[in-house]
Write a new protein. Structure first.
Length: 302
């Protein structure tokens, strides 16, 4: 007896889901490797190396010099690039003193709040309440919350704010060029933040043995996740893609536990899960006209 025609209807979906999970693991694995080099290179130095080598990889793939931007797109493009570089710089500064999972959770508040701007329905306010609850448990605001550096947490929130600017400006600058805009934005970011990072880097940044590790970080954090995410995005409905991307703080927390030994308390896990639920919920219940603001292609910046 032959199997029914629709016996395995989820098979076409499972592959892109697996690809997306691999992309998230690659991205957060790269962040863990970067953090492990802070003692040698420093957070600014790793930012410079990752951004510089990542830009080279993106330029080879997308050849941004072939792109043409109208006069109206150039100012958003510059702001897009600056936001991209600032976001990376602040994020790496934040994870010097904040666990990776907590930093990514706090960073996610930026695009989440952007997605909920103009909320009117009672359901929208539920996601806001969940996000605020998560923030309360992640930050050292409540009694019993310890071992979270306030400055590091503020830097992660600042990175999230830059992420929101990146989304807004990217929509305006890259409407005609799609993911290739990331390469041009990264090139703009590199002009400022690579010299800045090298200026404040630790002396070890000039050691030749650091170069292979920096290339690996750029590969794990840039080339591999961007390519895999684009593959998944073309094969998954946008809302499923966005919902799965909401799992990234949890992936970051697991990566921090496995590679950095960063254990989170029960209260911190509650905060992290609240932010994940708020992000996933806002994605699933968002009105179609506002879907473009949802954190769907956001990881192409980090």
């Amino acid at each position: 007896m032959s199997a029914p025609r629709n016996a395995f209807p989820m098979t076409p979906v499972l592959l892109p889901v697996a690809v997306l999970l691999i992309a998230m693991l690659s991205l957060q694995g790269g962040a863990s490797l970067a953090k492990s080099l802070f003692s040698t290179v420093g957070a600014p130095g790793i930012t410079a190396l990752r951004l510089g080598f990542g830009t080279l990889m993106l330029c080879i793939i997308f050849k941004p010099w072939r792109l043409r931007f109208s006069a109206a797109q150039r100012k958003p493009l510059v702001m897009y690039g600056l936001a991209l570089g600032c976001m990376n710089y602040l994020f790496y500064l934040s994870i010097r003193t904040v666990p990776l999972g907590v930093a990514v959770g706090l960073e996610f508040l930026g695009p989440l709040m952007l997605a909920l701007v103009g909320a009117r329905r009672p359901l929208d306010f539920l996601w806001v309440l969940l996000a605020v609850t998560g923030l309360w448990f992640l930050l050292p605001l409540g009694e019993g919350i310890r071992h979270i550096d306030p400055l590091g947490a503020l830097l992660a929130v600042g990175a999230g704010a830059c992420w929101a600017v990146y989304i807004l400006m990217g929509q305006r600058a890259g409407a005609e060029h799609g993911p290739a805009t990331v390469a041009m934005g990264s090139l703009i970011a590199s002009v400022i933040f690579v010299p800045l990072g090298l200026t404040f880097a630790a002396p070890g940044v000039w050691d030749w043995h650091v170069v292979p590790l920096a290339l690996l970080i750029a590969l794990l954090s840039t080339a591999i996740p961007y390519s895999l995410e684009m593959m998944a995005l073309t094969r998954l409905p946008a809302r499923i893609f966005g919902t799965l991307m909401s799992l990234e703080p949890a992936v970051a927390a697991i990566s921090g536990i496995l590679f950095l030994g960063e254990l989170l308390s029960g209260r911190q896990w509650i905060g992290l899960l609240a932010i994940i639920a708020a992000s996933a919920g806002s994605t699933l219940t968002m009105k179609p006209k506002r879907a473009k603001i949802n954190p769907i292609d956001l990881n192409e910046s980090r």
